[in-house]
Every structure is written in structure tokens, then in C-alpha cells.
Design a protein around this ligand. Structure first.
Ligand code: HEC
Ligand code: HEC
Length: 433
């Protein structure tokens, strides 16, 4: 294990090195237990994660430069000094940390094979490097795993915006037979039967009822952890806060295309989150041979929304290939080139789709497309990636292995797809190098 960590160190960049050092400092006090047993009792952190400040009431509140800026009004679309939308915070450090253990623990799935992190892996941009997700026993999920960075700001969740809170959302994967295939009763029993979890829940919810863990506490803790995933310190952000040299000339060119009235990207992918949080019909293609995904039509039972999907954030987008709800595009270049293909060019014949008016024919040149990709690369910031623990309370291997299903992949080999491996330990270290 240590030897592996050292070899990985060699190929880490400066930032990665700093992160690894930070990780090993925080891990230094922990013994490394054998699989299945816990060498040291797990204790929940009583400190807020990076970018949060602990209030007098003992909860964590987000602190960020963007909070100094005014609201979106009157700033024009795509302006750099725009405020962030409302967000979820105010969880205690213990709740956030408990959520982290739950998130990485495969015990949350019906057969103990799959954790949230199996499909939302920190080293793969909190996505999974797959075109479409794979759940317990190799079940194919029909959409790709979105990133979880900055979900604290999202009003609607899932590609088709069908959930309105993180607590509601979590119940989707937990109980879906294709994803984690658990039941509320079994999930509660698993946690309640585990002495460590009973202790940790008491610590995170000191006012809770007797000794009973509740499902509400499980969902809340998962939400608390996810809202701590803040990515707002990319080179783009430094530029936005006034450090002009943070972006290269090419990236600035790309930013100008992105914000232009010709490309119109910023109309939907609006800074600083790079999403306006709306659902839009853009008519992106399904993978070869797969039926049309009607998307948000089902959410509102509205044919006008056929093929409508939530505008995804573009934060850390260089890390989360393949792209779109379907994972149809293996590279960022292909995803961006989709927008020059002509309005509705990928809509199957005979399907009536109400394509959004900002999707048209901008006729971007190859150079402009390259610059857009350059700019999107400047939106990467994983500084506050949380540490993956060596052990979780169930004693199972953290993260778990979501079985490989090769036919689920696109034929393109983007970096993260090529890295994909059934061995979660390899995945963890390999992706960091
Ligand atoms: C089998 C893979 C898989 C597992 C396991 C999984 N997810 Fe997901 N997750 C997905 C996919 C795929 C989507 C998109 C589904 C859709 O839009 O219909 C998604 C969507 C989400 C979203 C919405 C993000 C957004 O931008 O709308 C959140 C939040 C999320 N998952 C959190 C979790 C949590 C918490 C767990 C564990 C309880 C979990 N996921 C387990 C694959 C998975
Ligand atoms: C009308 C709103 C709208 C405009 C304008 C728009 N997008 Fe999008 N974008 C979306 C939606 C909606 C999706 C998700 C569609 C899907 O999954 O089928 C998306 C997806 C993407 C993705 C893939 C994200 C992921 O997580 O997989 C990228 C990259 C992207 N857009 C870049 C751009 C660029 C670059 C431009 C400008 C040339 C642009 N978009 C213009 C709405 C828009």
C-alpha cells in the first residue's frame, strides 16, 4: 500500500503533491486496518471542511469570494463578477463526516457491492468514467453519472430535474434495483446492527430519538457531505476575481467565444456555476441503437419538454468524460462540436422536438472549438477533494467495485474511460497520477 502511494507520488504534479501530503498528514494518526476489521475506532471530525467556517451555533457555513458580488441582475449574462445562487449549508461537521462514511460504504447497497462512490468517484470528477452508469450485479443504468461538485447550489436534481432536494434524490439510487438495490427496511437494519454506525449517528445527531437511526438522518448526512463538495477555485475563478494572468491567451479567447452572442454557451451555462439550472431541449443524440430518452417530458408530463435535460454545470468538466445524459460523446471536443452541427441535426426523424432558441447554427471554426475546449479546461478545481478513508464502519472495502460492463462504454477512449478498471484500489491511485 505505502509502496504504491510512493510510486504514485512520483507522477503527481505540484498540486497533487500538496494534496497527497495533506492527505497523509490527516491519515497519519490512523492505523491501517486489515480488511474487515477496524484497528482504531472511527471518530467523526468536529471541524468544518475546507471553504467552510464554523458558526457559534457549531454548524458549517460556506465562505467564498463570490459572496462579495451582487446578484445576477444587471450584470449581463456571462459576466465574471456575478454572485452565486442560494445554496444548502448549515450542517454540523459531524453530520458532514458521517455522510462521507456513508457515501463510501458499499454496505448501503442491497448486496454490499456498491457505494455512492462507485458511480461518483472523487478521482473521476465524482462521476465514473463510463458512458452510462453500472449498478449492482452489472445492471446497466440508462444515463451517465453526473458530477457532484457544487450540488449544494442545485435546485433540481437528476438529468430530468425530477428531484427537488438531495434528500429526495438519494432515495433514487438507494432503492433502484439497477443501482444499489436496497430497501428502506434492510438499509435501516444494516446500520442499526452495526455498533460503529449506532455510535456515529448518536454523535452526529445528539438530540435524536433514543438509540434509533432514522432514514431521515441517513439522507440528511448524505446531503451534508455532498454539499461540502465545493469547486470554485479554478484558474477561471482567479481570473474572475481579478488575476488576469490566471488564464492563458488561448483560454481567454475561448472564454470570449463562450460568452459571445454567436456561441451563446453562457446563456445556459451561466457563470459562476456554469449552469442557469434550467431544463433545455438541445437535441443531443442517443448512443447508436438506443431508443430516444424523453428526459424532462416525463417529469412534467409535457410533450414540449421531450428530450429536455437539466443544463449541467461545466465545472471540472475536463474530468467527467464521456459527456451528455447519454454519454454519447467521448471527448470534450466532440461534445462542443455538437453545437455547430446545426439546430436539431441529431433529432431522430419523425420526432417532434422543441429545440431551445439559443441552439442554432453558430458555425464555429475548428480553431474556435479548440479554444472553447481550452477554456473549459480552466474550470478544473479539485483542491478540496475529500480524503477517502482506508476503512468504513461496515468493514467492507471503501467504494466497492461496480462490475465492469465493457459494452456500456463508448468506442472512444478518453482518458478517464481508458483508466477505468474493475479494481477500485487501482482506480483510486491510477486516476490520481
Ligand atoms: C449505479 C451508479 C450510481 C450509484 C450507485 C449512485 N448514483 Fe448518483 N447518479 C447516477 C446516475 C446515472 C445519475 C443520473 C440519473 C438520472 O438523471 O436519471 C445520478 C444522479 C445523482 C445526483 C444528481 C446530480 C445532479 O446534478 O442532478 C446526485 C446528487 C447523486 N446521484 C448522488 C448519489 C448518492 C448520494 C448516491 C448514494 C446513495 C448515489 N448517487 C449512488 C449513478 C449512481
Ligand atoms: C439552450 C441551452 C444551452 C446552450 C446554449 C448550450 N448548452 Fe451545453 N448543455 C445544455 C444541456 C441541456 C446539456 C445536457 C444535454 C444532454 O445531456 O443531452 C448540455 C451539455 C453540455 C456539455 C456536456 C456536459 C456533461 O456534463 O456531460 C458540454 C461540454 C456543453 N454543454 C458545452 C456547451 C458549449 C461549449 C456551448 C456553447 C457552444 C453550450 N454548451 C451551449 C444546454 C445548453
Amino acid at each position: 500500500m505505502m509502496a504504491r502511494v510512493y510510486t504514485t507520488t512520483l507522477c503527481l504534479g505540484l498540486l497533487g503533491l500538496a494534496l497527497l501530503v495533506a492527505n497523509s498528514i490527516s491519515d497519519a494518526t490512523e492505523l491501517r486496518p486489515e480488511a474487515g476489521e477496524l484497528a482504531e475506532p472511527i471518530v467523526l471530525s468536529d471541524r468544518c471542511p475546507a471553504s467552510f467556517e464554523q458558526t457559534e451555533a457549531g454548524v458549517c457555513e460556506l465562505r467564498n469570494m463570490y459572496q462579495f458580488y451582487d446578484s445576477l441582475q444587471g450584470r449581463g449574462v456571462g459576466g465574471t463578477k456575478t454572485a452565486l445562487p442560494e445554496h444548502r449549508d448549515g450542517f454540523s461537521p459531524e453530520q458532514i463526516d458521517l455522510g462521507r462514511y456513508l457515501f463510501f460504504d458499499p454496505a448501503l447497497s442491497g448486496d454490499g457491492s456498491t457505494s455512492c462512490a462507485s458511480c461518483h468517484h472523487p478521482n473521476l470528477g465524482f462521476s465514473d468514467g463510463r458512458a452510462r452508469a453500472v449498478g449492482v450485479a452489472g445492471h446497466a443504468v440508462k444515463r451517465s453519472s453526473p458530477t457532484l461538485w457544487n450540488v449544494a447550489f442545485l435546485k433540481h436534481l437528476f438529468w430530468d430535474a425530477r428531484a427537488d432536494s438531495l434528500e429526495e434524490q438519494a432515495q433514487g439510487p438507494l432503492y433502484s434495483p439497477e443501482e444499489m438495490a436496497n430497501t428502506p427496511a434492510q438499509l435501516l437494519a444494516t446500520l442499526q446492527d452495526n455498533e460503529t454506525y449506532r455510535r456515529l449517528f448518536r454523535q452526529a445527531f445528539p438530540d435524536g430519538e433514543l438509540d434509533e437511526i432514522s432514514l431521515g438522518q441517513v439522507y440528511l448526512s448524505l446531503a451534508a457531505f455532498q454539499t461540502s463538495l465545493i469547486s470554485l477555485n479554478s484558474r477561471y475563478d482567479r481570473y474572475a476575481h481579478g488575476f488576469h494572468a490566471a488564464l492563458s491567451d488561448k483560454e481567454i479567447e475561448g472564454m470570449n467565444v463562450f460568452r459571445s452572442f454567436v456561441a451563446r454557451c453562457a446563456e445556459c451555462h451561466t457563470p459562476p456555476l456554469f449552469t442557469n439550472q434550467q431544463v433545455a431541449v438541445i437535441g443531443s443524440p442517443e448512443p447508436e441503437g438506443l431508443p430516444l430518452d424523453i428526459g424532462a417530458e416525463a417529469t412534467w408530463n409535457a410533450p414540449k419538454m421531450k428530450g429536455g435535460f437539466k443544463v449541467p454545470t461545466l465545472r471540472n468538466i475536463a474530468k467527467t468524460a464521456p459527456y451528455m445524459h447519454s454519454g454519447r460523446f467521448g471527448t470534450l471536443r466532440e461534445a462542443v462540436a455538437f453545437y455547430t452541427g446545426g439546430r436539431g441535426h441529431a433529432v431522430p426523424e419523425g420526432v417532434d422536438m422543441h429545440i431551445h432558441w439559443h441552439i442554432w447554427e453558430p458555425n464555429l471554426t475548428d480553431v474556435e472549438l479548440d479554444r472553447l475546449v481550452d477554456f473549459l479546461g480552466a474550470l478544473t478545481d479539485e483542491t478540496f477533494t475529500p480524503a477517502i478513508r482506508d476503512a468504513v464502519p461496515s468493514g467492507l472495502t471503501p467504494i466497492g467495485v461496480s462490475p465492469l460492463n465493457k459494452s456500456n462504454k463508448t468506442s472512444h477512449t478518453s482518458d478517464s474511460v481508458a483508466r477505468d478498471s474493475g479494481d477500485s484500489a487501482e482506480l483510486t491511485l491510477g486516476a490520481a497520477s
